[in-house]
Design a protein around this ligand. Structure first.
Ligand code: ZN
Length: 257
């Protein structure tokens, strides 16, 4: 299956290059953990992460805030200049501070981290001091709900609790503006999206694959998931959008939104 995915994406990648089709819009990368101990599908090894950041730096990418894909007119680039990209991390793991933060800082990159309120400060998750230090260095923090429940399975009141109260709790605890939301496990329904708007967020990240161009919904921003087994060539293909179609098909097969 992995070989089939890789071959298909290579075919798409080379045909895009052949026809000169560049990837318009802003791509938002999605990571969870960066470490060498945890071998789950959520963890990218440290040396791979560093290699990926170096690739972005060498290819003249610059990290931008999520406000850029939300403010659509800014997306259009007039040739030249650096390429905008957003680097996000879900769940707020402590290794984001220990491993990803120093590597990204070395290349002048900043990220966006989505916190789960109830896990903040517990084992393996970021502490308030770590969050404040990263925030002072230019990282942004958003809400990934209170307890990481499947929002689509909750009643309206439960959704409101997870989405709206997580915003005010994080703002009060951290003393910072919480402008963006991220749907836990990428699962949402129309009521969840409406609740995110009602709660006053500027936008929200889904796990739907693709880049964000002038037509994107700021409350359903698309992302590109980076997996532990990705080679640098896979990473390059993902940046070029060559995996989007493969991921869309997989989401349909797996019944994801
Ligand atoms: Zn999550």
């Amino acid at each position: 299956m992995k070989t089939l995915r890789s071959s298909l994406s290579s075919l798409i990648y080379h045909s895009k290059q052949w026809f000169g089709r560049t990837d318009a819009g802003v791509r938002i990368l999605c990571y969870h953990r960066v470490n060498d101990q945890d071998r789950s599908y959520l963890s990218v090894p440290i040396s791979d992460f560093e290699e990926q950041m170096r690739f972005l730096w060498e290819h003249e990418y610059e990290t931008v805030s999520l406000a850029v894909p939300v403010s659509l007119p800014l997306v259009a680039r007039n040739g030249g200049g650096k390429k905008p990209i957003v680097i996000t991390f879900d769940d707020g793991y402590r290794d984001n501070y220990e491993n990803a933060f120093p590597i990204m800082s070395k290349f002048g990159f900043k990220g966006v981290i989505f916190l789960i309120v109830d896990r903040m400060g517990s084992d393996h998750f970021l502490t308030k001091d770590q969050i404040k230090e990263m925030s002072q260095a230019g990282f942004e923090f958003g809400s990934h709900s209170r307890s990481h429940l499947d929002l689509a399975s909750l009643e309206r009141e439960g959704k409101y609790h997870e989405i709206s109260s997580s915003k005010s709790l994080l703002s009060n605890e951290l003393g910072m503006d919480i402008r963006f939301f991220c749907y836990p496990c990428g699962r949402y329904d129309q009521e969840s999206v409406a609740s995110v708007k009602e709660a006053g967020y500027l936008g929200a990240c889904s796990n739907d694959p693709g880049s964000n161009n002038g037509k994107c919904d700021p409350y359903l921003l698309k992302r590109t998931e980076i997996a532990p087994h990705d080679s640098l060539y896979d990473f390059e293909k993902k940046l070029a959008g060559a995996y989007d179609w493969v991921h869309k098909t997989l989401h349909v097969i797996r019944g994801r939104p």
